[in-house]
Design a protein around this ligand. Structure first.
Ligand code: NAI
Ligand code: MG
Length: 505
């Protein structure tokens, strides 16, 4: 691990941002929690407190939802043309890029990810997401329909559909990509004309609060976007169950996803969920290993393995097994692990003590179940939440490290002989279905296998490629619905059929 390396010097605005008392955005005003309670935000590289944010609870949720309801029903937002909305959403993207360095530093401080990655990936993708969604504002039209019903001979109908915003949306996001998850959630809400209460993750509330400032600056009217900070049970749960919320969009654990469905069941709110994964990444023996080895390594080590789509089960064909395992293990050993604010860091700390304990628990269980480690296998250092990039070899199906989502930099390598139904069965043998990877130079094998994998995204000769145009979401217990692309609007728009009887002409 790198130690005492010179860290990037903090932007003056970042120093001010974390130095001041942070408030949350409700109805266009920056407010404390009604109870006056707040909680500490920690730097995962050191475990030190870097900021304090309000601990919103049910009374704060009630005010935020009431503001969103008012803004939806009667505010200037509801009267804006799609083009006017589009300009504002585009502007958010511009402001994000104007504040790229600040956002990257805040993200790195709060989440632990390398500032270089936050700058080049998280911030840029967040800006692009808003600008992609801005274009949709003017294009969310219905269709005109030709009916066949001949109730009265010669009678005609003029029938069409309208796409209308679903109403007040509740959104709850996790800590692995704090800014980007906020963007994925808020972009389509704004483009569709809904209003929203977004609850940030308690581990990483800072970049979302900064984004809320930019959203306000871009000209989004008061009450349209309310951004609150609080804990899952005391803030997320009352938000997900609120009777004035029409739709809940959640990203996080499969366990909490199931609670969200129960909370929403009472008044049958619409729900979309983006949950966990245990994605197979399959390397066939004809793959270009120059590409496949770093591909397989970054599929698991990117964002320290804290990705719902991490390629955490690595299937490698017999003939190339040793070479790929050694290549990925070498990549793991060479990864520069250190504080996110060190510009030479390639992998930062995990997000929290809880996550460190969880990942270390899996490493222990691997040892107990007889796993062999080709690289890593333990915590790194004593300060901060660092863990070694880890490669487990010859994992078998009854190991917890093979079956369960670890959400850390731990890959389980599995050997297979043939590209056959048994490989497909094993790859699909998980409760999840978020993503999958295939490395091969044979186009026929790639397409045949891609069709058979039960996953919402299949990457071929690449991994972790995200684009605002590319829908993302899960099969099976990885979730309901899709984020991004035009598909995301199914989450936020109702379809109204209008049928006008024209009589006989
Ligand atoms: P979590 O699902 O508890 O937290 C995600 C969000 O849900 C946070 O904003 C949290 O405050 C909120 N939340 C928690 N309980 C809630 C409730 N009862 N009602 C409403 N909202 C609630 O995830 P956590 O505890 O941070 O991580 C646990 C595991 O979940 C990880 O180890 C990982 O396996 C998985 N995870 C998956 C993510 C994904 O992107 N799909 C992201 C984060 C975690
Ligand atoms: Mg939790």
């Amino acid at each position: 691990m790198t130690k005492d390396a010179p860290l990037v010097s903090l932007h003056p605005n970042v120093k001010a941002f974390i130095g001041e008392k942070r408030r949350m955005l409700i109805d266009g005003k920056w407010v404390d929690a009604k109870s006056g309670k707040s909680f500490e935000v920690l730097d995962p590289a050191t475990g030190q407190v870097i900021a304090n944010v309000p601990a919103a609870e049910k009374p704060d949720v009630d005010v935020a939802v009431a503001a969103a309801k008012r803004a939806f029903e009667s505010g200037p937002w509801s009267r804006m043309t799609p083009a006017e909305r589009g300009k504002i959403v585009w502007k958010i993207g511009e402001l994000i890029m104007e504040h790229q360095e600040e956002l990257a530093q805040i993200e790195s401080l709060d989440n632990g990810k390398p500032v270089t990655v936050a700058r080049a990936a998280d911030v840029v993708l967040a800006a692009e997401l808003f600008q992609y969604m801005a274009g949709w504002c003017t294009k969310l039209d219905g269709r005109s329909l030709t009916l066949s019903v001949p109730y009265t001979p010669g009678s005609e109908y003029h029938a069409f559909t309208r796409r209308e915003p679903v109403g007040v949306v509740a959104q709850i996001i996790p800590w692995n990509f704090p800014l980007l998850m906020a963007a994925w959630k808020l972009g389509p809400v704004l483009a569709s004309g809904c209003t929203v209460v977004l609850k940030l993750a308690e581990e990483t509330p800072l970049s979302g609060l900064k984004l809320a400032e930019l959203i306000q600056k871009a000209g989004v009217p008061d009450g349209v976007v309310n951004v609150i900070t609080g804990f899952g049970e005391t803030c997320g749960a009352p938000l997900a169950a609120h009777p004035d919320v029409s739709k809940v969009a959640f990203t996080g654990s499969t366990e909490v996803g199931k609670l969200i469905v129960k909370a929403a069941a009472n008044d049958l709110k619409k729900v979309t969920l983006e949950l966990g994964g245990k994605s197979p990444n399959i390397i066939l023996d004809d793959a270009d290993l120059e590409q496949a080895i770093p591909g397989a390594a970054s599929a698991i080590f990117f964002n320290h393995g804290q990705c719902c789509c991490a390629g955490s089960r690595l299937f490698i064909q017999d003939k190339i097994y040793d070479k790929v395992v050694e290549g990925v293990a070498e990549y793991a050993r060479k990864l520069k692990v250190g504080p996110g604010l060190d510009p030479s860091t390639q992998m930062g700390p995990l997000v929290s003590q809880v996550q460190l304990d969880r990942v270390c628990g899996y490493l222990e269980s691997g040892k107990e179940q007889g796993a062999t480690f080709a690289a890593g296998g333990k915590r790194l250092g004593e300060q901060g939440y660092f863990v070694e990039p880890t490669v487990i070899v010859d994992a078998h199906e009854n190991m917890k490290v093979y079956q369960e989502e670890i959400f850390g930099p731990v890959v389980a390598a599995v050997r297979f002989k043939e590209l056959d139904d048994e490989l497909v069965r094993k790859a699909n043998d998980t409760i999840y279905g978020l993503a999958a990877g295939i490395y091969t130079s044979n186009i026929t094998r790639a397409h045949r296998l891609a069709t058979k994998l039960r996953a919402g995204t299949v990457w071929v000769n690449c991994y972790n490629i995200f684009d605002a145009a590319l829908p993302f979401g899960g099969y099976k217990q990885s979730g309901w619905g899709r984020e991004m692309g035009v598909e995301v609007f199914n989450n936020y728009l109702e379809t109204k059929s209008v049928c006008v009887g024209l009589g006989q002409g």
